[in-house]
Design a protein around this ligand. Structure first.
Ligand SMILES: Cc1cc2nc3c(=O)[nH]c(=O)nc-3n(C[C@H](O)[C@H](O)[C@H](O)COP(=O)(O)OP(=O)(O)OC[C@H]3O[C@@H](n4cnc5c(N)ncnc54)[C@H](O)[C@@H]3O)c2cc1C
Length: 505
């Protein structure tokens, strides 16, 4: 029987484990915190799929490719959109109760840069939670062995092949061998000071893959969500709220995004986020406002119960007043390079979900495509393992190694907060060469100085530094702006943005 270790219990890990167990594999899934701790359970807006007669996979593909700013892999996008509807139906069969309208038909939302409303949602704005619950139940029923509070510390590499994992649980190290290891450890939002991502999203799997020598690419592409509550801890206010008609206004009450893009609030995420950042700079750093008042209290509460509850808990009444919002790090487009079946450049190692770079997102992810990516590529990775096709590593693109740091010495002492501030200031929404070179120098010095990690937190810190250094180096190595990677020292970048916005009219 094929023995497989899956690391991570979000949509990607659980769906992979489920397919594997149903296919007869012996599957052990390890996860470093509680089973439902990860980004998946927080997903609000929903899952995109071309399921409706007025929509098509071609249209979904065109929107995905356009958002990716020319850097998507068209073959991966084709897989995503054409296999997506079947995977969404599979989720329904597992018991995910997507919302329905008064006639009983599937309800669907519209989000930025989608030509059609095609976002299915559950519990109003609790889609990820519904998917997470259904997948945990199905994985248990299928015989997946689930282990919580068990950290992947290292990949075991023997003769150029991944042969298992080194785990850390209850302070003890343990080696587990397997025929295949699947990384489904999520993104790395905790690299930045302000993020929508939960605590566990520290890029561990990407760091482990880097240490093992797997190809990791496109880390310069990180998506910053435009509308994250700017009062108290960052809390995402879904794009679907703008899809329902909310406006972004500045402190003078003006809809400023229209200056930057004719689609205004529903322009691609990176355009909206940068527009907000510029407006915030002009108004002394103060957040802009999301005005959802015209949607009406009844609709806001029915469609967005989770957000409504969170706002009410902070004493904000969004049906009556605009709420303060600002961008925050949200999603990592880059990651461990894979082929269309989740295989990485190391035999025996696969990657699925946000930690993987399949090529579907290019330089910018289309809203609500990531839950879908997790579900679609999980099924393909499981099929490749079950077919015994993981012993040869495919040829995959690789990124240049980290830049040699300049002569600058790191003066700051390492702390996670200092790293997150450094990334926010210099490897954030807007970057330039000088800031990136400074970040590379500091991160390289921290990487050299950190001791061998012994605890869970120390493992996370070491991983954060390694992924941060790779991301800053990748950003420094790409002088031009594209998609989410915006260099303020690329003089023509803003002009190009305005010209292409005009062309889109
Ligand atoms: C607030 C929010 C809203 C979002 N809304 C949407 C949306 O509406 N639609 C959409 O498509 N996408 C949305 N996204 C993005 C989407 O939720 C994620 O990209 C997706 O859920 C990632 O799934 P995953 O399985 O790859 O990772 P995750 O769900 O993040 O799971 C990662 C798992 O790996 C585990 N792990 C990490 N490191 C280790 C380690 N070293 N050892 C063991 N286990 C480890 C974690 O504990 C966790 O279980 C949203 C994200 C956030 C944060």
């Amino acid at each position: 029987m094929t023995g497989v270790i899956v690391v991570g219990s979000g949509v990607a890990g659980l769906a992979t484990a489920l397919h594997l167990a149903r296919g007869g594999a012996d599957v052990q899934l390890v996860t470093k915190a509680g089973m439902a701790d990860g980004s998946t359970r927080h997903a609000q807006g929903g899952i995109a799929a071309a399921l409706f007669p007025d929509d098509s996979v071609e249209s979904h593909a065109a929107d995905t490719l356009a958002a990716g700013a020319g850097l998507c892999d068209p073959a991966a996008v084709d897989v995503l959109v054409s296999e997506g509807p079947a995977r969404v139906r599979e989720l329904m069969d597992l018991g995910v109760a997507f919302d329905r309208d008064a006639s009983g038909a599937l309800a669907r939302g519209l989000e930025a840069a989608h030509a059609h409303p095609r976002i299915l949602h559950a519990g109003g704005d609790a889609t990820g939670l519904a998917i997470e619950i259904a997948l945990i139940a199905a994985a248990l029923e299928a015989g997946v062995r689930l282990r919580e509070r068990t950290l992947l510390a290292e990949l075991l590499v023997e003769d150029g092949r991944v042969a298992g994992v080194e785990l850390l649980a209850d302070g003890r190290r343990e080696v587990l061998r397997a025929d295949a290891v699947v990384l489904a450890t999520g993104g790395a939002g905790r690299l930045w000071a302000r993020t929508t991502n939960p605590d566990v999203v520290t890029g561990d799997g990407i760091a482990a893959a880097l240490r093992a020598g797997a190809a990791v690419v496109d880390l310069e592409f990180a998506q910053f969500h435009p509308t994250v509550l700017a009062e108290g801890a960052p809390f995402l206010v879904s794009e679907a709220v703008r899809g329902e008609g909310a406006d972004l206004i500045d402190l003078d009450g003006r809809r400023f995004v229209l200056d930057d893009h004719p689609d205004g609030e529903l322009a691609p995420r990176d355009v909206v986020a940068r527009s907000i950042a510029r407006r915030m700079a002009e108004q002394g750093g103060r957040p802009v406002l999301l005005d959802a008042t015209r949607i009406g209290r009844r609709r806001l509460e029915a469609r967005f119960p989770t957000i409504a509850r969170a706002l009410a808990g902070r004493g904000l009444d969004w049906a009556a007043h605009p709420i303060p919002v600002a961008p925050a790090a949200h999603y990592l487009m880059g990651g461990i390079a894979t082929d269309l079946d989740g295989r990485t450049s190391l035999a025996g190692l696969l990657a699925v979900g946000e930690c993987a770079r399949t090529g579907v997102h290019g330089a910018n992810r289309l809203a609500s495509n990531s839950l879908l990516e997790g579900a679609v590529f999980a099924a393909r990775a499981a099929a490749a393992i079950l077919a015994g096709e993981v012993d040869a590593a495919p040829a995959l693109p690789s990124a240049p190694g980290p830049e040699s740091p300049s002569a600058l010495a790191a003066v700051q002492t390492f702390s996670r907060a200092a790293l997150q501030r450094l990334m926010w200031d210099h490897v954030g929404l807007l970057r330039d060469g000088a800031g990136l070179a400074h970040a590379v120098a500091v991160l390289a010095a921290w990487q050299d100085a950190l001791p061998r990690p012994q605890t869970v937190a120390a493992h996370e810190d070491a991983g954060l530094v390694r992924v941060a250094l790779a991301a800053a180096s990748a950003a420094l190595a790409r002088p031009g702006s594209v998609g989410s990677h915006f260099r303020t020292d690329d003089a023509s970048a803003h002009a190009r943005e305005l010209v292409s916005a005009g062309a889109a009219c």
